[in-house]
Design a protein around this ligand. Sequence first.
Ligand code: SF4
Length: 369
Amino acid sequence: MAGIYVHVPFCMDKCTYCDFASYPKEIGKAEVYFGCLYREIKERAAMLSGKSFDTVYIGGGTPSCVDAKYISGTMKRIRECFPLPNGAEITVEINPGTLDERKLDVYRAAGINRFSLGLQSADDGMLRRLNRIHTLDDYLRCARLLEGENFNADALIGLFGQTAADLERTLSVIIGSGASHISMYALRPEEGTPIYSDYLNGDLPDEDTVADLYDFGVDFMRNRGFLRYEVSNFARDGKRSRHNMNYWKRGEYIGFGAAAASHIDNRRFINTDVIDEYVSCILNGYFAEASSELVEGDEIRSEYIMLTLRTEDGIDAEDYKKTFGTPFEVQFRRELKNNADYLDLSGGRIRIKPQYMFVQNSIICDFLS
Ligand code: SF4
């Protein structure tokens, strides 16, 4: 089964660390944007009739900052064009400063059954410093509205002066609020974002401190029933994100909207991240692809290894052999020997040992062509 991603490129304001395709000043274009999005969904569907989809993820940006009618309109159009099965996982991202009861009712009526809240930190001073628009109280109010629902909350590590006690507070708030899933991401200061100069100034924690925070967070969550299933993702039993698991299994997905990425029939393509360009393409009868690449041969193998080794399940040796024709241990005899200390080869799987998950990139690199 494949996934559907929808990108909403609007936010109320720009966070200091954000380099995503989100444009607070362009929120006035929501009407024309969603009109084009509905059209793109319909036109793509005609080319995807042989595929089945069972997850939808509406992300951004901040989907909850636009009128809820656009989210329900998007779901209506998706259902008209793609027959989603009963039990499809349908997620919407929410900024805690932008949800109210009415909006939530519209989301529920549209069949949304999973929510993802961007808390990031339980410290209001830190939230202000990151230029987040919400407060801890906003988050707690949102979580109360979502009582009994299946929801994720995001936590950032690597923040200014962040200590294990700070992280413990954030994770305790999330767990106490009823979340079933936690995404704990390390802040990556990207060039061109305001926080990059703080990074250059040495105002952010160094790599070792971030790695210690990560290890602390992993232990803290595990002891409270949140098990890691991917390097940054932790869930209670049965609450893994099916949509994201599909990405890490190198599954297929179609992306709609500006900056949305797709992977269909071994072709990876991505829409322009410029809203006006996206709108203009769709209104003129074109898809808004800015780049497209056919993934072939060894690249497929590299992607498969890179994505599956990020997960706690790792590589299924049988599946690898079936997919690529050669046993993994034969293909990578030398690399397996070089990385023996970091890998667990038990149970017919190739996994990165838990204590090395945070530095998995340097291990995975050895196995890429
Ligand atoms: S809410 Fe998310 S997408 Fe919007 S500016 Fe902040 S980090 Fe970026």
